[in-house]
Write a protein that binds this ligand. Structure first.
Ligand code: ADP
Length: 477
């Protein structure tokens, strides 16, 4: 089997490899992917550092052309790359193709942004002096990504980093190196100079840690678990380095008595269970007022009965497998915890056997949960959702905000008054009215508050806040 190698200083290197396993069919090896070392990481950082002066001064047209070419190739190959994504991560083929299209759109967006770089010219408060405010790139950016969006998250970090003139050392999650390799290969062939984008696949504790330990990495953008995020923060403060963290969520969706039942059920089923509940913006707490509670639970349960859990590549599958054995154990452990805490298992909770051996779990719904239970406070990251019954809107809002996290929050209501109040008073970075808490646009800011995020927002023009540093220049006329 071919080994997909790391890209360091423009060369494909590495002979030690790890198997990429398909969670829908554990007999299938998706590919062999290089297992990077500390030495590889140091070489990649040195290459990115050496490539920085020229790339940071490269013309905006060159950046535009490369980003555009990459976006176009990803779009042209969406079915093939989408299938690879579905095979390595386990989300359904339509979801995987959708995510691949999203990656293409992100490259297209930043191809456009490259042509719109601008600064400000401002009069000084002193006579005969001009002031210019410009944005400089940071330098070497370390990109560390999780497994749940194998192509969209790498795209939304790589594209702005390159657009604003930074060089990169990129470490994808161990479980899903395939899509990362594909986009690095595409960008490399699109004409990026040697060393501008380096790919080091491998273990977080080895490659990721070596990035955290390097004084030559000027910025780290991280999406992953809270625990690792804290390590990134501590190491970055040590090196006086800029960092940006996207971590967990425990996203609430409020359903009020006046909600359109259909809209509420569709939004809850989508954001709770699609992509196997493995989205940081998934709704894992459904906070439902008394008057609609029983009807809502009954309708949602009926909906869950219609959802097919099966091989991600099979047509008709709504929910693919859990990503791996470790995550499956986390999910089933939390299902046990939920039962012990006294929540009522209203649907699912069982492992499923399918034609191909994989990590299949029924969508799982707990009712009669309280907001103090561990299943309502801790991020599970699986298709496990709890319903919390509340008296009225005020209690719903207080419950929604009573969480260590603050990524996304939703409300299903036909009341303009409550929708408006919720948008103003939700302590989340993103608020959805009559929409799933997951599912966002690519040209507007993405990010959260409290324990979910740290640092500037990602995506859209707000990405410049992280990937550049502002310079103020004064000139005597
Ligand atoms: P998860 O538990 O969802 O896999 P992690 O936070 O462990 O979340 O993983 C997110 C990313 O962080 C992955 O690319 C992983 O390899 C990386 N990572 C894990 N440990 C470290 C570490 N000590 N230093 C840097 N990166 C790490």
């Amino acid at each position: 089997m071919t080994i997909y190698q790391n890209l360091i200083a423009g060369e494909w290197v590495g002979s030690d490899a790890t198997k990429n396993i398909n969670p829908s069919d554990t007999n299938e090896v998706v590919g062999l992917y290089a297992d990077g070392t500390v030495e590889d990481t140091k070489n990649a950082i040195a290459a990115a550092k050496a490539a920085f002066p020229a790339w940071s001064r490269s013309g905006i047209w060159e950046r535009h052309v490369i980003l555009k070419k990459a976006g176009d190739e990803i779009m042209a190959r969406k079915d093939e790359v989408g299938a690879l994504l579905a095979r390595e991560e386990g989300k359904t083929l339509p979801e995987a193709i959708g995510e691949t299209i999203r990656a293409s759109q992100i490259f297209e967006f930043f191809a456009g942004e490259a042509l719109r770089l601008a600064g400000e010219i401002i009069p000084s408060v002193r006579p005969n002096i001009g002031v210019e405010i410009t944005r400089d790139p940071l330098g070497v950016i370390g990109i560390i990504t999780p497994w749940n969006f194998p192509i969209a998250i790498p795209a939304w970090k790589i594209a702005p980093a390159l657009c604003y003139g930074n060089t990169i050392v990129f470490k994808p999650a161990e479980l899903v190196p395939g899509c990362s390799w594909a986009i690095v290969d595409i960008l490399h062939r699109a004409g990026l100079p040697k060393g501008v984008l380096n790919l080091v696949m491998g273990k977080g504790s080895v490659v990721g840690q070596a990035m955290l330990d390097s004084a030559d990495v000027a910025g780290i953008t991280f999406t992953g678990s809270t625990g690792t995020g804290r390590r990134v923060a501590a190491a970055s403060i040590e090196h006086n380095r800029k960092f940006q963290l996207e971590m967990g969520g425990k996203n609430p969706m409020v359903v009020l008595d006046d909600a359109d039942l259909n809209v509420a059920v569709e939004a809850a089923a989508n954001s709770g269970f699609f992509s196997t509940g493995q989205r940081c913006t998934a709704s894992s707490r459904l906070i439902v007022t008394e008057g609609i509670h029983d009807t809502f639970v009954a309708s949602l349960t009926e909906k869950l009965k219609t959802l097919v859990v099966d091989n991600a590549l099979k047509s008709g599958t709504h929910i693919g497998p859990v990503v791996d054995e470790r995550q499956l154990k986390t999910d089933t452990d939390y299902i046990e915890i939920g039962k012990q805490e006294g929540a009522k298992l209203a649907f699912g909770g069982e492992l499923i056997t399918r034609e191909t051996p994989g990590f299949y779990l029924q969508p799982t719904l707990f009712t009669e949960a309280t907001n103090q239970m561990r299943i309502s406070r801790e991020e599970i990251f699986g298709p496990v959702v709890s319903v919390i019954r509340v008296k009225d809107y005020e209690e719903a809002l207080a419950t929604a905000n009573d969480t260590p996290f603050g990524l996304s929050a939703g409300i299903a209501t036909t009341s303009l008054k409550h929708a408006t109040h919720f948008k103003r008073n939700s302590e989340a970075g993103m608020v959805m009215v009559n929409l799933p808490t997951a599912g966002v646009d690519f040209h507007v800011p993405f990010g959260g508050r409290k324990g979910s995020s740290y640092g500037p927002r990602e995506q859209g023009k707000y990405a410049a806040e992280f990937y550049t540093t502002v310079k103020t220049a004064y000139t005597l006329a």
